[in-house]
Design a binder for this molecule. Sequence first.
Ligand code: ZN
Ligand code: ZN
Length: 612
Amino acid sequence: MILFNFFRLNILSLYLHTLIINPVIKKLLYTALLLTTILIGCKKDGSVGPNGAKDDAAFTNYENSFLEGLWKLNPDWATSVGYHKYDSLLFVPDDKLRDKMTTYAKVQLDSLSRFDIATLNDPNKIDYHLMQNQMESIEWTNQSLRADQWDPSSYNVISTFAYILNEHYEPLAKRLRNFYQKMANIPAYYKEAEKQLKNPVTELTDLAIEQHTGGVSVIEKDFGDSLKKTNIPAAEQKQMLERAHTSAEAIKAYTEWLKALKNDHPKSFRLGKELYEDKFKFDIQSASTAQQIYNAAIERKKSIHHAMAQISKKLWPKYFGSKAMPADSLDLIAQVIDTLSSKHVAPGQFQSAIENLLPKLTAFVSTKDLVAIDPAKPLVVRKEPGYMAGVAGASMSSPGPYDKDGNSYFNVGSLNGWPAEKAESYLREYNQYTLQILCIHEAIPGHYVQLVHANQAPSLIKSIFGNSAMIEGWAVYSEEMMLDNGYDNDSPEIRLMWYKWHLRSVCNTILDYSVHTQNMSKQDALKLLTHEAFQQQAEAEGKWKRVSVTSVQLDSYFTGYKEIIDLREAYKKKMGDKYKLKEFNEKFLSYGSAPVKFIRDAMLAKDNTPSH
Ligand code: ZN
Ligand code: ZN
């Protein structure tokens, strides 16, 4: 059932440089109380292209009924994208519900097939592909993947309740009454989960226990605290609290059931090659297979290591004088990186350092004429809200698809109260060089700029089914673009640190593919990350934990980056002396958060050739 896959609390996620995106990827980024939706978009305005105007108008109407049907069957998903008509509903995840969803997907695929895609304009063509992919993905999830049988963490109601509690889209009393009604099915929901699970994956069982234990306070405590702030009559409040108590007990009973579960033959957490390729096809929507992207990542790692060794040799005398250079090039690189990492801000200056950097980035982007930045959509830097506390050092929150005028926030976690050693290690990771790269990635011209541009593409479909590889790929691409254009004088120091940062994306792909399809051991995984990607032991351990409870999502960064670079090369060739970087960037972004392969089709199409 796709609905369950979309909702996942992830307490273990200390995922830095985290963009909280659409429901598909959101599951990976959630923490117990981290509840921010995103992705932007607005209603189709019904405008139509020069050709096939009739088809485009009909297609736009169809999109609206398609979404309405989807929300009706998936109230939790609807809530998370900012569609609040079904906030009071919680469905029990039984066979009947799964069949209903599969039937819905089949019906939509049939409806789609009645449109002639060739007659649609470019934006609608892409919407068509996204809708088709989503419906095929639902069929595959319900018929082949069947995570509902082996992933206990796929059953989790808490994130939607936390969303209803923490997002201020309606008056508090109204939200709490929906919360109350929605709780009615919690006991039945978890009873059904117990019925569906068979020999679940051990790592995902542990994750489910961890998430429910950490998240139950939303229902057990936070709900009651919020009730006190309303003028809901006392008798009604009493009834509401009683249901919250019953609900919390049902959640605790589920964790106890999981702890006591006799499971002598658990399913492996490794997805296996066949399911992996399918999942990659649906989630990443690349023109390449997972195997091809993996091969490209291996090549990329080699060439980065070569470039890093060259830079390190050059920098060695500056930082180590006449001390003998290590013979092993990976050791050499590691030592130079270690030395450069000691340049960092003081713990109390982390947020102000970020605030000071953003105008500098904006100025650089406009001086170099890289991409338009809309001054009317300011980015607000804020201290991480309480309910996100302790999660990510920095993250972007953008308004949801149904709330495109909402603010974009750059959430910065405070290091207050951290033990000195932990703060030092964190600040070395986000040192003077990588802190700048972080801000480029998250904000300017990375995620924030991309999302503002996506917002101008009038497609709700693209913001709801936004493509993670395109979104993460753009952020990674923008880092390199800034350096290539002379950011921070493209000093050898920042270039070396960028390569280290970039290796994280490249090795995410190598790790994910190797672990899920080639049986890579934990020991080899840690060796890859610490020795070849220069990560600290703690970061590598965290990544191992992440790869053992997720799959494919880690491929987004490198896949998207590679496809954008390849597209830019092809576009350069096509445009000849008319090529301009800014024009490429803005055209690319104008399609919204669509898979790069479809943007590629549109940008390289013959009729998009400039007239000479
Ligand atoms: Zn230090
Ligand atoms: Zn990102």
